[in-house]
Design a protein around this ligand. Structure first.
Ligand code: ARG
Ligand code: GLU
Length: 691
């Protein structure tokens, strides 16, 4: 009896944690979660994960570029991230003679590693709760504007102090919980980061857009870089004299593999989530924004695909553009579907009803009603803005016209011409013209008169149809002709401004700047103010709930378990994929599934059927987590995060433990590629394996 009682008590003590899996936790506060992590299998302490006094796992994680994560894997600055995170750098080094995108790239020694202009990696030196300092001098009688200015002045001072005397230091003050809390983040930023290796795209992007956001997945989504420092191990701009950086900490690699149920955590920089918004916001996303944007992108993608199927050249020209358009397009489909399936709008409405009741007589009274009114006021402006962004703003010729003119205005004719040359390499006018017609028609038919620029209305009247306007514009714009652009001089700025492409671009841009942007800025700032209150209110209303701040590209820990899922009735997905699955998908006639012959040959030798490729787990991740280290209970590297499953993409708004899964590359497939495909097994010498 006593035993049972103890067991029951034990159960209760872990109950407040038990739901979890959802959450992106601040490493500094991981002490509040470590009990739950350990209950789920983790064998680390909070200090192992984050410490300012000793080297901890955080010292092996970096913000890679402006929107991905990377991790250190050797004492000599070696770094792993995703192929899609390194993509633009790999592309910049690629030419017809050296097509590293197509064939892959492998440095066979340090001198072959390639520098990358503009690429930075940032290590988090420390983070600190600075709420008190940031709000010093603020009192409740101040206006919002005054509060902002107090915050700005205090933050500036904190940042200045934080970076004093350190080489390559950079600091930010970030608002958490809609400005209820402020954290200082101090980074060390390295700028000499060199490309070491990348698989061919037929491995690194295997499955392409067809498999993107999907499970089962078989993508070898990794690339390898190395950080260089000056001889004192400090950040320095590129120099031949620089030496590999010695990190405070790097991840050891586990080849033991994963199986269903294993504890895992992801340490990285998730970009943006909104878990605490009101139903009005979610309703707009799921019923208006996502479906409308999906339809607009479907139209553009269909046009691109039609021409891409007709010509090899056009396919290459538009593959990266189509990939960009389709990435969010596909995510939005999963997201809106997931929100509806979860009944999130109804659930939030019900929650708000209870909150309103509870809030009566408190400072939170009417805050939900205020938010409702603000969203109602925002809707037509937001709708117009999104429509503009997904139609007129996407027309390639208009973008080119504007950017060339701007560069001339900045007295950079060389830059303008270089830009035009790059542009025309990947430009196919029939696609752009059809997209123009589709965009203009969509905008014209969906917007009410008060949400159309005057100039646009006049032109539509003058030409009578989108087709006629299109023909006129593309026949009369100088920007359709590279030679005409190359012969422009600074005396032609007026001529560029009067070009029909720039006239349309400017008319829309001015309209946006004058009629939309100020209204949106002002409503958004009021919304944010209400959320600051509503957020605090929710924390008081649900005292038991463990809150985590919405993602904002700051370092976070998400944890969970390797786990399959059921996407629909009678289907169950296993959590691990293998090389056998790649061979099943292999098809020389389908671009996305045409693997390198070398991989076919290796497979034919036999013994590789069970080679693991990817796995899924319940870690709560989002965009920006790409490239994040996926770690086991001991904190050793078992994978690299690169995606989420389609059915779970609503987790930026609402997390469903049943279907939300992050997708990781199994580290053993990365090692397989280094050795078997790249022939660069020498890199293993600097890694540390624990099996
Ligand atoms: N869906 C992944 C991430 O959002 C991967 C994107 C790159 N891959 C692609 N096929 N477009 O953002
Ligand atoms: N591919 C995403 C990225 O680039 C990660 C996928 C996600 O949104 O979870 O960060």
């Amino acid at each position: 009896m006593k035993k049972i009682l103890v067991a029951v008590l034990f159960l209760f003590t872990i109950v407040p944690f038990a739901k979890a899996d959802e959450g992106m936790w601040l490493p500094l506060l991981i002490g509040q979660r470590i009990g739950d992590m350990q209950a789920k299998g983790c064998r680390l302490t909070a200090e192992d994960i984050y410490s300012v006094n000793q080297a901890s796992l955080k010292d092996a994680v970096v913000l890679f570029g402006g929107g991905c994560t990377g991790e250190l894997v050797s004492n000599e600055g070696l770094l792993f991230t995703n192929h899609h995170c390194g993509y633009s750098y790999i592309q910049k080094h690629s030419s017809v003679e050296h097509d590293y995108l197509k064939d892959g790239f492998w440095a066979m020694n340090r001198s072959q590693e390639l520098p990358n202009k503009g690429l930075t990696v940032s290590f988090l030196d420390r983070m600190e709760d600075v709420t008190e300092q940031v709000l010093k001098g603020y009192n409740a009688s101040m206006t919002e504007k005054q509060r902002d200015s107090v915050i700005r002045v205090n933050s500036k001072e904190l940042i200045k102090k934080a970076v004093e005397g350190g080489k390559g230091l950079k600091a930010n003050v970030e608002a958490l919980y809609y400005g209820n809390q402020f954290f200082l983040f101090v980074f060390r930023v390295f700028t000499d980061v060199r490309l070491v290796g990348a698989p061919p795209s037929s491995i690194g992007k295997f499955g392409g857009d067809t498999d993107n956001w999907m499970w089962p997945r078989h993508t070898g989504d990794f690339s390898i870089f190395r950080i260089y420092a000056d001889k004192d191990n400090n950040p320095a701009s590129y120099s031949e004299d620089n030496v590999p950086y010695t990190p405070k900490k790097f991840f050891k690699i586990s080849r033991a593999g994963v199986k269903e149920g294993d504890f895992t955590f992801v340490y990285g920089c998730p970009g943006s989530t909104k878990e605490y918004v009101v139903s009005d916001d979610v309703e707009y996303v799921a019923l208006v924004s996502d479906p409308e944007k999906i339809a607009l992108r479907t139209a553009r993608l269909d046009i691109m695909k039609k021409y891409m199927a007709q010509s090899q050249k056009v396919r290459i020209q538009y593959s990266s553009k189509a990939a960009n358009v389709s990435n969010a397009w596909k995510k939005w489909q999963g997201e809106s579907k997931g929100i509806l399936k979860m009944k999130t709008i109804e659930k939030k409405k019900e929650y708000e009803k209870r909150f309103k009741e509870w809030a009566k007589g408190t400072e939170y009274d009417k805050v939900v009603e205020q938010l409702e009114a603000l969203y109602k006021a925002k809707k037509p402006y937001n709708y117009a803005y999104e429509y503009y962004s997904e139609t007129i703003r996407t027309i390639e010729l208009l973008q080119l016209a504007y950017r060339v003119k701007s560069l001339f205005q900045l007295k950079d004719p060389k830059g303008a011409k270089a830009l035009a040359e790059t542009f025309f390499k990947d430009y196919y006018q029939p696609i752009d013209m059809e997209c123009f017609v589709a965009s203009v028609k969509a905008f014209d038919s969906k917007m009410t008169d008060e949400f159309k620029p005057e100039f646009f209305k006049e032109k539509m009247k003058e030409f009578g149809s989108a087709e006629e306007y299109c023909n006129y514009l593309y026949n009369n714009s100088l920007f359709t002709d590279l030679n005409k652009i190359l012969s422009l001089t600074e005396d032609d700025i007026q001529k560029m401004a009067e070009d029909p492409a720039n006239q349309l671009y400017d008319a829309f841009n001015n309209w946006y700047q004058k009629s939309l942007r100020p209204v949106l800025l002002s409503i958004n700032s009021e919304i944010n103010l209400c959320y600051r209150k509503y957020m605090r209110g929710q924390m008081e209303f649900e005292k038991e709930r463990q809150f985590y701040p919405d993602a904002n590209l700051t370092l976070r820990v998400a944890y969970g378990n390797v786990k399959g899922y059921s996407p629909a009735d009678a289907i169950y997905y296993d959590p691990v994929s293998t090389l056998k699955g790649i061979m099943e998908k292999d098809n020389p006639d389908i671009f996305d599934y045409n693997i390198p012959q070398k991989l076919r040959d290796i497979y034919a030798e036999g013994g590789h059927e069970k080679q693991p490729v990817c796995f899924i787990a319940t870690n709560h991740t989002t965009g920006g987590n790409s490239g994040s280290p996926v770690l086991n209970a001991e904190g050793n590297l078992i994978g690299i995060n690169f995606d989420r499953v389609w059915e779970g993409t609503m987790s930026d708004i609402v997390y469903d433990p049943e279907v939300c899964r992050n997708i990781s590359l199994d580290i053993r497939y990365l090692l397989f590629n280094i050795e078997q495909i790249g022939g660069a097994g020498y890199l293993f010498n600097e890694m540390v394996f624990v099996d």
